[in-house]
Design a protein around this ligand. Structure first.
Ligand code: AQP
Length: 332
């Protein structure tokens, strides 16, 4: 089976609908066809300041949410990035192959650094995409399920794999992004021109999977739509309505065309009410599953320890091969 790798940052109390529809749903699906390695990327999280106690708590919460969404530890290695030291070790080697100009062109760094002020942004935030390349290349992953916002970082991972292979001989699989077009970018409910994001969205634009479902429903019912009345899928001119149709379709499995036909002659209010309802039906049982995982932290930690062991078995081999290729003297 081909390998798949992806990660998510434990930087919020809850994942949001964009994380789920853009990436995590694909994590769950790919378990049927691939050998998956999925991690909670706490090393990535500290590229911006974190409260240590909160970070630890959110790392467990992230793992609980992944399990509750359907990541199955019998089929996937589910682990915490800092439990596998090879990530940081390979990252250093790849940093030495990355051009300063190349790293400077990463738009996510530019956006985040400009918000913080470039002088205050950490060097870790700058090298973040190189660590991400190490995450992926360590597992010889063929596919990386992510949202559209990660495409540029994935391109860097591909370039680094090819560069290393050309310079030192074939060592890494060159990974492909696995981006599902229909849900690659879920938009902010209040600002449908921008992606839903935990750091940039306003409270009402962001649907958190662990918030009170009534609150989510209210956010959907007050989502920004345009001044027209027809329910049609036209992301360019009707971004708000199209975003709601995307969410509705993804949560129910009904095609967007089918929904457009079903809502012919109905109003935006009807659509919003129904999207709110399917969302509540999805998050309510999800939340109780998360709670049951959180109620047993010892078991959760055991799952993560097992995942780290499986991950290390693969990562240590790849790291040893890479160290050998670059000419490091092996320890006795
Ligand atoms: N709006 C989105 N639509 C589709 N996919 C999305 N992802 C994030 N937002 C959307 C995908 O979620 C995965 C987890 O990414 P992460 O932990 O690195 O978080 P992120 O991309 O940094 O998510 P945010 O909310 O945008 O956080 P901030 O605001 O801190 O940057 C990734 O696969 C991502 O593509």
């Amino acid at each position: 089976r081909l390998r798949v790798l992806s990660g998510i940052q434990p930087t919020a109390d809850s994942f949001h609908l964009g994380n789920y529809l853009g990436a995590l749903r694909q994590w769950v699906r790919l378990q049927d066809t691939h050998e998956p390695f999925y991690c909670v990327v706490d090393l990535h999280a500290i590229t911006v300041e974190q409260d240590p106690k909160v970070l630890r708590e959110r790392t467990r919460r992230s793992a609980a949410q992944l399990l509750a969404l359907g990541v199955d530890p019998e089929r996937s290695a589910l682990f915490v990035q800092s439990h596998v030291p090879e990530h940081a070790q390979l990252s250093w080697v790849l940093e030495c192959l990355t051009g300063f100009g190349e790293a400077s062109r990463m738009t996510q760094f530019k956006d985040k650094a400009s918000k913080q002020g470039t002088d205050r942004a950490s060097v870790g935030l700058f090298t973040y995409p190189v660590l991400q390349a190490a995450d992926i290349l360590l597992y010889q992953a063929h596919a990386v399920p992510v949202g559209e916002d990660q495409r540029q970082h994935l391109e860097l991972s591909r370039n680094l794999a090819q560069r290393f292979n050309n310079r030192f001989g074939r060592t890494f699989v060159v990974p492909e992004p696995h981006i599902v077009k229909d849900t690659a970018k879920i938009f902010d409910l209040q600002d449908p021109a921008s992606k839903m994001s935990k750091s940039a969205s306003t409270v009402n634009g962001l649907v958190e999977l662990l918030e009170d479902p009534k609150r989510s429903a209210k956010k959907v019912r007050s989502a920004v739509t345009d001044t027209g009345r027809d329910i049609i899928f036209d992301p360019e001119h009707k971004a708000g309505v199209s975003n709601l149709l995307t969410i509705y379709s993804a949560l129910t499995g009904r095609s967007v065309d089918d929904l457009v036909t079903a809502y012919d002659g109905k109003g935006y209010g009807d659509l919003k009410k129904d999207v709110a309802e399917v969302l509540v039906e999805f998050v309510t049982p999800f939340q109780s599953r998360v709670q049951s995982y959180l109620d047993d932290p010892a078991e959760l930690d055991k799952v993560l320890a097992r995942g780290a062991e499986q991950a290390r078995a693969v990562a240590s081999k790849t790291l040893a091969a890479a160290y050998d290729k670059v000419g490091f003297l092996p320890p006795l």
